[in-house]
Design a protein around this ligand. Structure first.
Ligand code: ADP
Ligand code: MG
Length: 698
């Protein structure tokens, strides 16, 4: 048996069990070994109910009398019952876990682990985890001696997977115990002592204590991140083999453009611009992410890059996630770049003369095409596309970004004769991404950061408002803002009223506000409207014709209305920090004092998240907090899937990721100098090919 053997070669795994394991993605012995325990539990720590002291506790007992009731106002379900052992009984409560009421067999014993403390005048066990006692006790190694092994009670707990019970996994690993010594190293000796991997895997499944288990996991997490980042590094080296147009920097021309701006560039903008203009001069494609908080002025940096491309006789494509945003870019950039001789065109779903524009594009009569990514279809051909800018890149995700680029490259006439040709890529995002995530999601990109806002911007004042008791106080403030000629965003969670969700809807809110703010112009906007209709509403708002725009989060991305000075966010506790910060960035874009009101429904104290919003306007700080509070999946999950699919590592472990990144870079360098040395690390290379498929260009 070796790592690549089928799971059926493990004692105790027959055809049927194997089938169940396959469903869970476990095919080989290696897959099985990497199915790590979800937790460890010291079952000897279970105490009798009569001896309970407040704090984190474990008891073994039967459960009875479970029922669930709903506290409708607080959006809460409360499931409670009684746990009994031979010495007494205690109350148990779960919040918002209504399934618990049906989960237990009253005839059987369970281990319960959780916090036992005083709540509303009585002691109770709150939201404990539970595990069937016979699964634990039955799987304990049978000992012939009267004294059981001292480690037997410190046991790994596996998740149920593919219908296979946790305790069965304990048995599989017990049967594999002798194999562990033979597990080969994964990484070269300069990165990990020989035998380290075997030891870490062993200690994950058979730890003597908590410390051993934690250290083992930490090492395996390091290996995992190492693989991911090595994949990114190797993709990057592949990318270097591609060719791009070298776009020469012309100091005089660039200065001419910069001088024509109505403002002075910030230092951070200068540094980022310089990074980019230097990249454009190279004959390998730029692959750079420009990160800058909302309002930090990324667009003008992109404009300077497009101008350098034009000065060299080539075309630029600027892709935005929505038609509204594309239109706004078009209008802003036209007034800046057309006086310098550039020809711009806008292409969105609702553009009238598509064919003319496409013909002009093919003939090289358009220098900068702005549109949504949907416009890059097979019949959009450029004469000489040399730069592709993707705005609000976080909306696209890694895989999509690469596909888009590839398609764009194919759509250049030049690429027909030269398959290795690719445009330079500048991806921009206003979602501040913590350093550890940057490395894992964008490990193959160079990154520039604009970490400074233009001078003169006033800090947005943020305040938490309790819906029930303080909302009325808000109205005079809003009236004053409108009287002073400013505008208001009013964000709601839903479009329509929904009997199940208690969050506010756009439609009802708009009606209600019309009664409160009589005579004011109020409109609403949501994602289910036709694009043309949305555009019109947005247009009226940006021309100052609307006082209050009631909207769902469709206004989140990039929209720029400097005259808007207030944003009210209903049901604010329902959003993550990153999103709240994005929403808040809709105001404070001009030089007027702006306000953000977070309306919360909760009767409880405002959440930590809302308090952080009140305290800080630093997007990077908020992103770090969000990562800690909610984990990366919640925040970036659906968008960046693939790179975040880590099984072991925690993305908030910044030092570990930084070390893995340095080490992976070193190894990638060695591989570059000596390609043959890759062959020595077969398992490593096959592991990373999985990641590379997600990020590579070709
Ligand atoms: P974002 O980074 O969110 O895309 P924008 O590029 O839309 O930000 O810029 C926001 C606003 O700030 C725009 O109105 C832009 O003209 C203005 N702006 C950009 N750079 C500066 C600067 N250095 N000084 C003053 N205003 C600036
Ligand atoms: Mg922008």
């Amino acid at each position: 048996m070796n790592l690549l053997s089928e799971v059926t070669s493990v004692k105790g795994i027959g055809e049927k069990t194997a089938e169940a394991l396959h469903k869970a993605g476990i095919y080989t012995v290696r897959d099985l070994l990497y199915f790590l325990p979800r937790d460890y539990e010291n079952f000897q720590a279970a105490v009798k109910i009569k001896d309970l002291k407040p704090g984190k506790i474990m008891i073994k007992g039967k459960i009875s009398g479970l029922s669930t009731r709903h506290a409708r106002k607080r959006n809460l379900s409360i499931t409670s019952g009684k746990i009994t052992d031979e010495t007494g009984s205690i109350r148990v409560v779960w919040f918002n876990q209504a399934y618990r009421a049906k989960q237990f067999d009253e005839q059987r014993e369970y281990y319960f682990t959780g916090n036992y403390d005083l709540r509303a005048g009585r002691y109770q066990l709150t939201s404990p985890s539970a595990i069937l006692a016979e699964d634990v006790d039955g799987a304990l190694p049978v000992s012939n001696s009267a004294v059981s092994a001292p480690t037997a009670s410190f046991r790994p707990i596996y998740s149920q997977k593919g219908g296979i019970k946790p305790a069965q996994f304990n048995k599989f690993f017990a049967n594999l115990r002798t194999l562990f010594a033979d597990i080969p190293d994964l990484l070269p000796p300069e990165f990990a002592k020989s035998g380290k991997r075997a030891e870490a895997l062993y200690n994950s499944h058979f730890p003597d204590n908590d410390r051993e288990a934690r250290e083992a996991r930490k090492y395996l997490a390091y290996e995992e991140v190492f693989e991911l980042l090595l994949a990114a590094q190797l993709s990057k080296q592949e990318n270097v083999k591609l060719k791009a147009e070298s776009l020469k920097f012309d100091a005089k021309k660039t200065q001419g453009l910069v001088k024509s701006l109505p403002f002075k560039l910030t230092n951070a903008q200068r540094v980022a611009t310089w990074d980019i203009l230097q990249d454009l001069e190279k004959s390998t494609p730029m692959n750079r992410l420009l990160q800058g908080d909302v309002g930090s002025g990324k667009t003008v940096v992109a404009a300077i890059a497009a101008y350098q491309t034009y000065s060299n006789g080539f075309q630029t494509a600027l892709l935005a996630p929505t038609a509204i945003l594309a239109t706004q870019h078009y209008e802003g950039l036209k007034s800046l770049l057309e006086p310098l001789g550039m020809k711009l065109a806008l292409l969105t779903g609702s553009t009238k003369h598509k064919t003319e524009i496409k013909t002009a594009l093919k003939e090289g009569k358009i220098d900068l095409l702005i549109g949504t990514h949907a416009i890059i279809t097979d019949d959009t051909t450029f004469q000489g596309l040399a730069l592709c800018i993707i705005d609000e890149q976080h909306r696209f995700g890694v895989a999509q970004r690469q596909k888009l680029l590839l398609k764009t490259a194919r759509n250049t006439k030049k690429s027909d004769s030269n398959v290795d040709f690719a445009p330079h890529l500048l991806a921009m995002t206003a979602t501040p991404i913590p350093r550890s995530l940057q490395l894992t999601i964008f490990g193959d990109l160079d990154i520039s950061v604009i970490n400074e806002l233009p001078k003169g911007r006033k800090q947005i004042k943020t305040e938490i408002i309790k819906e029930t008791s303080q909302r009325e106080l808000l109205y005079p403030k809003i009236n004053t803002e409108i009287k002073n000629g400013h505008q208001v965003y009013w964000i709601c969670k839903n479009i329509d009223d929904n009997p199940v969700l208690e969050t506010t809807s756009v439609k009802r809110q708009a009606k209600k506000l019309q009664e409160i703010f009589k005579g004011k112009k109020i409109e609403f906007l949501h994602g289910r409207m036709k694009p043309a209709e949305k555009d019109e509403i947005m247009e009226r708002f940006s021309r100052g014709k609307t006082d209050i725009l009631v909207s769902t989060t469709v206004v989140e991305v990039g929209v720029n209305v400097p005259n808007a000075s207030v944003i009210v966010i209903m049901d604010a506790e329902n959003y993550g920090l990153a999103q709240l910060h994005q929403l808040r960035g809709r105001v404070g874009r001009g030089d007027v004092q702006s306000f953000c009101y977070l309306i919360t429904n909760a009767e409880n104290e405002p959440t930590r998240r809302l308090r952080e919003m009140e305290k800080s306007t630093d997007g990077f700080h908020l992103a770090e907090v969000d990562l800690k509070l909610r984990g990366p999946g919640e925040i970036y999950g659906a968008l960046q899937h693939g790179a975040l699919d880590l099984r072991i590592a925690t993305l908030s472990d910044t030092p570990l990721i930084a070390k893995a990144s340095r080490d992976a870079k070193k190894l990638a360098q060695e591989f570059l100098q000596n390609e043959d040395s890759m062959v020595k690390y077969k398992e490593l290379m096959s592991g990373i090919s999985h990641y590379q498929q997600l990020t590579t260009l070709n």
